[in-house]
Design a protein around this ligand. Sequence first.
Ligand SMILES: *[C@@H]1O[C@H](CO)[C@@H](O)[C@H](O)[C@H]1NC(C)=O
Ligand SMILES: *[C@@H]1O[C@H](CO)[C@@H](O)[C@H](O)[C@H]1NC(C)=O
Ligand SMILES: *[C@@H]1O[C@H](CO)[C@@H](O)[C@H](O)[C@H]1NC(C)=O
Ligand SMILES: *[C@@H]1O[C@H](CO)[C@@H](O)[C@H](O)[C@H]1NC(C)=O
Ligand SMILES: *[C@@H]1O[C@H](CO)[C@@H](O)[C@H](O)[C@H]1NC(C)=O
Ligand SMILES: *[C@@H]1O[C@H](CO)[C@@H](O)[C@H](O)[C@H]1NC(C)=O
Ligand SMILES: *[C@@H]1O[C@H](CO)[C@@H](O)[C@H](O)[C@H]1NC(C)=O
Ligand SMILES: *[C@@H]1O[C@H](CO)[C@@H](O)[C@H](O)[C@H]1NC(C)=O
Ligand SMILES: *[C@@H]1O[C@H](CO)[C@@H](O)[C@H](O)[C@H]1NC(C)=O
Ligand SMILES: *[C@@H]1O[C@H](CO)[C@@H](O)[C@H](O)[C@H]1NC(C)=O
Ligand SMILES: *[C@@H]1O[C@H](CO)[C@@H](O)[C@H](O)[C@H]1NC(C)=O
Ligand SMILES: *[C@@H]1O[C@H](CO)[C@@H](O)[C@H](O)[C@H]1NC(C)=O
Length: 617
Amino acid sequence: MLLALLILAPLLSTSYEVKTPPLDTPWTYTAGTDPWPEYPRPQQVRDRWQSLNGIWSWRNGAADELNGPVPTGNLGTDVLVPSCLESGLSGVMANNTGNGTILHSWYQTTFNVTEDWQGENILINFGAVDYQATVFVNGQQVVQHTGGYLRFWADITSAVKVGQSNELVVFVFDPTDSEPYVVPIGKQTLNPSHIFYTPCTGIWQQVFIEPVPADHIEWIDLDGDMNGQVNITVHSANNSSSSVTVKVWADDGQVAATGTGSSDSPIVFEVANPKLWSPESPTLYNITVTLGNDTVATYTGFRTVGKGMVNGMMRPLLNGEFLFTFGPLDQGFWPDGIYTPPNYEAMVFDLKTLKSLGMNMIRKHIKVEMDLFYHACDTMGFWVIQDQPALNIQNGAEPNSTQQDVFNSQLFELVEKHRSFPSICTWVIYNEGWGQVGAPELYLAPMVRSLDPTRLIDATTGWNWHGAGDYVDNHHYSEPQCGTPFYSIASSPYDPNYIGFQGEFGGIGNNVSIDHLWNVQQAINGINQTYELDATVEIWNYRAHLILDELRQQTEMFACSGAVWTQTTDVEGEVNGFLTYDRRILRPNITQWQSDIYALYQAAADRGGRIIISTCL
Ligand SMILES: *[C@@H]1O[C@H](CO)[C@@H](O)[C@H](O)[C@H]1NC(C)=O
Ligand SMILES: *[C@@H]1O[C@H](CO)[C@@H](O)[C@H](O)[C@H]1NC(C)=O
Ligand SMILES: *[C@@H]1O[C@H](CO)[C@@H](O)[C@H](O)[C@H]1NC(C)=O
Ligand SMILES: *[C@@H]1O[C@H](CO)[C@@H](O)[C@H](O)[C@H]1NC(C)=O
Ligand SMILES: *[C@@H]1O[C@H](CO)[C@@H](O)[C@H](O)[C@H]1NC(C)=O
Ligand SMILES: *[C@@H]1O[C@H](CO)[C@@H](O)[C@H](O)[C@H]1NC(C)=O
Ligand SMILES: *[C@@H]1O[C@H](CO)[C@@H](O)[C@H](O)[C@H]1NC(C)=O
Ligand SMILES: *[C@@H]1O[C@H](CO)[C@@H](O)[C@H](O)[C@H]1NC(C)=O
Ligand SMILES: *[C@@H]1O[C@H](CO)[C@@H](O)[C@H](O)[C@H]1NC(C)=O
Ligand SMILES: *[C@@H]1O[C@H](CO)[C@@H](O)[C@H](O)[C@H]1NC(C)=O
Ligand SMILES: *[C@@H]1O[C@H](CO)[C@@H](O)[C@H](O)[C@H]1NC(C)=O
Ligand SMILES: *[C@@H]1O[C@H](CO)[C@@H](O)[C@H](O)[C@H]1NC(C)=O
C-alpha cells in the first residue's frame, strides 16, 4: 500500500491554477504562468539571462529535514514562482494563520543550461525569499540567506551541468511571528487583525540565472550628485586585477564622461552640467561599466539630498533647495498576491495613481519591494522614504541581543543593497516604537550614516524619539501636528534643530460593498476600528479637504516640511485607501486633491521652498 502510494505520488500532483482569493484585482486572471518576464535587476543589466520564474513544485517541510537528504523530483503541489504561498496567485493559498502551518517548505524545479554558456561561470539570483532560504543545485548546497526582503545570489558553476537538466531545490524557513521568533516581518502576522495582515511565505520575487566571466562584476555602489560627480565602486567577484571603465551616456547617444580605475574602491569623476534628477523632472543617465570581459548597463540620477536652515527652519534639501514632500503610506499589499503584485502593470498602476494626484513622495512602509519598483520610482520621480521592516511585536515580543543583531544586520543589508537607487532619499529605522527596546537608534543612526552619508535618516517615525537622525516626526490621526508647537502624548515636541515632519496622518475611511472588500469575516469585523469612517465618498473628500487645509496652515505657520497620508490602498480590514484593495474604486476627487496638494507646495514655496510644477496640475 505504502509502495503504491509512493509510486502514485507524482501522478497525484495538482496542476497549477489560480485559487480564488477573498478579493481579486483586474490583473488576477491575466498574470499567467510566465510571471514577471521583465529584466529583474535594472541596476545591473546583462544581455544574457534566463528567468526561472514559472510553475515549480512544493511541499510542506519540517525543521529537521534540512539535515536529511535533499528531496528530488516533483514535490506534489504546483506553485507559481514568484508568489507568496498564502496568495491565490500561488495556486496553493495556504491558510497559515494560528501557529503557522507552513513554517518549513520545500520548493523544486529543473532548468537547463544551454551549451553556449559552456566555460562561463553561472550565477543564480533570488530577488527575495521570506524568510530563510537554503538553495541546492543538483543536491549541492550553494547558498543560505536569511532576511525576507533582500536579494542574494550565488556562483553555482561547480554544481551545474551544462547542456543537461539541473535540479534546483530550495528549503524555506519562515517563522513570521510564531514563538519564540522575533524577526523583521513588517505588517505580516499569523493572527491578522485590522492593521496587521496576512503573512507572505516563500519565494516572492524573481529568480534567474546568468552566465558571467570568472572575472566579473558582483555588484555596484553608485551615486551621482548635483555637481555632476559620479562616485562608483565596482565590486568584483574575485579581487579582480582587471581595470574598470565607466561610461556615462548623454541622451544624444554621445559619451558624456568616462571614468577609469580599479575594482573594489571608489572611482570618482565628473559629468559637466548634468540635468539634475528631481521628482518633477526625473532625468536619468545611462551608464555602462566594464571590468575585463564583463560589461553591465546601469544608470544614475544626479541629485544631492541634504538638510539645512531655510528662513530659520531646518529643511530637507534636494539639490540645495527646500523640497516639501507629500505622499502616501504605501504598504504594498495585494489581495491576490499579498506581497507580490500580480504583474508589473499592476505595480505601476498604484504609482501612476499617486502621480496623477500630484504626489511627489512615497513612504514605503516596513516592507521592501522588488528592484523594479524602485526603478519605476527613479523613472517616474518619487522621493522614497524607505522603512526598515519592523520586528515582530505581536504578543508583546521584544528582541533579545541575538535578535537585535539580526535586525541590525538586515538594516545594514537593506542600505547596502538599495543605496544606488536615486529615488530613495530617506532611511527609516523604527516605526512607532515597534521592536524598539531602549534607544538602539542612538547607535544605529550613526552606523547607517557612515554606511551611506548621502541620505537623510528618520530614526524614529512616530513615538519614542531620543534625538537621533535628521527628523522629528509626528504621527497623529486624523489631523496633522506637523512641526507644530502642540503635540499629542505619544509624540515629541517639535525641535527646531530637526526637520519637522508628519510621518502619518489622515487615515480616514469609507466602507464599501462586499464585492470590493477582503471577504474574510475577521477583517470585516475590524472595519469599525478605522480612525474615522465617512458615510460617503463625498463626505470622505470633504473631510480630506479640511485635513489637508490644516496641513497647509501648519506649513504656513509652523515648521512643517512634508507629510505622509495613510494610505495608498485599503488593506484587508482597513478601508482608508485612495484606492480600494482591489484597485477598482478611486476615492479622491482628483481636481480637489490636486488643488489641495498644490496649495501645500505653494505654502512651502512662500517660505523658501521650491515650487513644484507637475504636468498633471
Ligand atoms: C484558517 O485556519 C484558522 C485556524 O485553523 C481558522 O480559524 C480559519 O477560519 C481559517 N481561515 C480560512 C480562510 O479558511
Ligand atoms: C498555538 O499553540 C499554543 C501553544 O502550543 C496553543 O496553546 C494554541 O492553542 C495554539 N493555537 C492555535 C490557533 O492552534
Ligand atoms: C531540458 O532539456 C531537455 C532535453 O533537451 C528537455 O527534455 C527538457 O524539457 C528541458 N527542461 C527544461 C526545464 O527546459
Ligand atoms: C579568481 O581569479 C584567479 C586568478 O585570476 C583564477 O585563477 C580563479 O579561477 C578565479 N576564481 C574564481 C572563483 O573565479
Ligand atoms: C565615494 O563613496 C564612498 C562610499 O562608497 C565614500 O567612502 C567616499 O567618501 C566617496 N567619495 C567622494 C569623493 O564622495
Ligand atoms: C579578496 O581579498 C580579501 C582581502 O584580501 C580576502 O579576504 C578575500 O578572501 C578575497 N576574495 C577572493 C574571492 O579571493
Ligand atoms: C537608457 O537605456 C535604456 C535601456 O537600454 C533605453 O531604453 C533608454 O532609451 C536609454 N536612455 C537614454 C536617455 O539614452
Ligand atoms: C577576455 O576574453 C579573452 C578572449 O576570450 C581572453 O583571452 C581573456 O583572457 C579574457 N580576459 C579576462 C580578464 O578574463
Ligand atoms: C534569543 O532568543 C532566541 C529564541 O528564543 C534564542 O535562540 C537565543 O539564544 C536568545 N539569545 C540570547 C542572547 O538570549
Ligand atoms: C462594512 O461593509 C460591510 C459590507 O459591505 C459590512 O458587512 C460591514 O458591517 C461594514 N462595516 C462597518 C463598520 O460599517
Ligand atoms: C466592532 O465590530 C465587532 C464585530 O461586529 C464587535 O465585536 C466590536 O465590539 C466592534 N467594536 C467597536 C469598537 O465598535
Ligand atoms: C470635485 O471637486 C471640485 C473642486 O472642489 C468640485 O468642483 C467638484 O464638484 C467635485 N466633484 C465631485 C464629483 O464631487
